[in-house]
Structure formats: C-alpha cells, structure tokens
Design a protein around this ligand. Structure first.
Ligand SMILES: [Zn+2]
Length: 343
C-alpha cells in the first residue's frame, strides 16, 4: 500500500494535482469556521495513472472506493506536511472525489441503458449514453457529518474521530442516522449538528434513445424501455437539459426502488390477464399493445399511440385520492408533429 501511495503522490505531482490541492485549500484558511469534512475534487486521467503505476491504474478503474481511500490518505498527508488547512485534524475529514477524464473504449466500461439494472452490481465507473427525460429540483444532501461518542470518558467524545461522508449512490440515512455506535467503546454516537456540511444534488432520468420509438406502431417488438437516474451532485447541478443526449461517466448505484404495480387479478378480465401473461418479461410491451388498441371507435389501431397512452395513464391516475401528490402525473411528449399533441 505504501508503494501505491507513493505512486499517487508521483501522479499528483506530475499532473498538477498537488498544486491544485494547495489552491483549493486557500479559501478554507480565510475563515475560522471549522467543518466536519473538506471536499476536494481531483481530476484523474486513467491512462496517465497507468503510465505511472499499472496497479494503481487498475485500482482507479476497477476499485474506485479503494483508489479514493489512497488519494484521500495522500492528500491528508500533503495537507498536514505543507500546513495547507489548519482546521483539518484527521484523515476522515478529507473528502476526496475522483473525477475520471475518460474511460477505456472497451465494452466492459460501457453501460447499455437497455440492460440496466440487470447488469448492475458493479461498483466501478462506466460510461453511458442517454436522453434526459426528467429531472428533479436541486435539493440538499449531507456531504459529511461529525459524530461524537456520548461516553464522556471515551477519546471519541471530542475531536474528529467519527466522520461520516456521503458515498456515491448512498442514501441520506447511510450518512446521517441516530443508531451509529462508537468504534472504541460501542456507546451510541450523537451527531454534532453544527458541523454538518450540506451539498446540492439533483436526480436526472435518462433513457436509451431507442426507447423513444417504443410506441410507434411499427416498433412494437422493441422490448425494453429503460431508465436510470444519475445523481448530479454539487458543481454539476443544473448542468443538464431535458431532451438532450448526454454521455455520463459514473458508478452505477441502485438509488431508489421504483414502486411496483400491484392489482387484484380477479378484477381484471381474462383477455387482459392473458395479454399480461403473454407480454411478461417485456417491460413496456403490455402498455404499448393496450395503447395500440385503445379507443377503437375513435381512432384506428396503431394511430396516435402517444396520445392514447397519455389518456390511458390519465385514466389510471384519475382516482378518488387524486389529491395525493404521489398520483400527479408528469408527461414528456417528444414528437416532430405538434399537431398530434394539439389534437
Ligand atoms: Zn466511545
């Protein structure tokens, strides 16, 4: 590990990362405010790292958490040795974010949104391309928090021994909760709220560009409708626009469980049940066929599919508890012909 840390230092020195670290530390010294964690973004070019040390390069690409820990340790040493930030006392206060400049152009490093989340579970960076169809407002998340041991005789009752930092894809409760216990004496920990550091986050929903065709009459065989929600944090918030195509580089994580649809099969007609059975395993085929056939008296099958699906969805939403905000329905329609939408 010490040789890997040496390689990190060599890389940071060669790439100008050390100089940038010193620059990034300057604003913290102007204030007397002490915070639980200090966040540093480090640009990492995997090819350059591999040139310095192939083992380190492999870590960066395949074990990003391990690589981040190495960079964190080296940055802490640099900060202490060069006295860059007085207020930093422990390594855990240094929150390092590695920003990879690119990934090798191999299939292992590409995530096809059509296969997500089936291929997920890999905790390493991948690149993916998709069309932004929805995004949330910018909300706050906890970047880092300081916890103190409630046992007055324990060394962890003061200082910066228990620092929790937000990990990519983690939920808020993974960072801040009230049932953590002390590593030293196992007493409960209490958060020192005045040290909490907040950041900005935004969820963005991406679909595979081919999914746009899923409702056109000639493409009912297209089996997948895919989405993924990359979390854009901090400096990346508000950097994406709905309707544009983006290539995103990051670590896939299951951020949120999508609520499944449940119903009582006895209330559904036999032909619908048969259709559902026949289309099982194809995520959007059922909806597409139902939309295709909907409103036969008004428009022939296969025409105005988008509109038909919208109407069907609005019927589903039109329930007694429609006041509940959970049942609000947001629709994004993409078309070259606005006339269809007007109708
Ligand atoms: Zn303790």
């Amino acid at each position: 590990i010490s040789s890997l840390k040496e390689s990190v230092l060599v890389y940071l020195d060669r790439s100008g990362g050390l100089q940038k670290l010193a620059e990034d530390c300057k604003p913290f010294n102007g204030t007397h405010q002490i915070e639980a964690v200090y966040r540093f973004c480090i640009g990492v070019n995997p090819s350059d790292v591999i040139e310095v040390d192939p083992v380190l390069g492999e870590r960066v690409l395949c074990d990003p958490l391990g690589a981040t820990a190495l960079f964190q340790s080296v940055c802490f040493l640099a900060i202490k040795t060069l006295s860059l930030v007085e207020q930093i006392h422990t390594e855990s206060q240094v929150n390092v974010i590695l920003k990879l400049t690119h990934l090798p152009p191999f299939p292992e490093y590409t995530l096809d949104l059509c296969s997500f989340p089936r291929g997920h579970g890999l905790m390493r960076p991948v690149s993916m391309e998709g069309l932004v169809i929805a995004m949330t407002r910018v909300t706050k998340y906890t970047q880092g928090a300081r916890f103190l041991c409630i046992n007055d005789e324990c060394p962890c009752s003061t200082g910066f021994h228990h620092i929790r930092v937000h990990a990519p894809g983690a939920t808020e409760s993974a960072t801040v909760r009230n049932n953590f216990s002390c590593r030293v004496c196992s007493s409960p920990l209490k958060e020192d709220v005045k040290f909490r550091v907040l950041g900005d986050k935004q969820l963005v929903e991406l679909i595979h560009v081919k999914a746009l065709d899923v409702l056109s009459a000639h493409q009912l065989n297209y089996p997948f409708y895919c989405f993924v929600s990359p979390t854009r944090t901090d400096e990346l918030c508000n950097s994406m626009r709905i309707g544009r195509l983006y290539r995103v580089l990051g670590i896939p994580a299951h951020v949120q469980e999508w609520t499944g649809i449940t119903w009582n099969p006895r209330e559904v007609s036999a032909s619908f049940q048969a259709l559902l059975k026949a289309t099982a395993g194809f995520r959007w085929r059922f909806s597409a066929i139902v939309a295709h056939c909907f409103g036969l008296d008004v428009a022939p099958p296969g025409r105005y599919n988008t509109l038909k699906l919208s109407l069907l969805l609005s019927l589903v939403q039109n329930r007694a508890d429609a006041k509940d905000t959970f049942h609000n329905l947001d629709l994004l329609a993409v078309t070259t012909d606005t006339l269809i939408l007007d109708r």
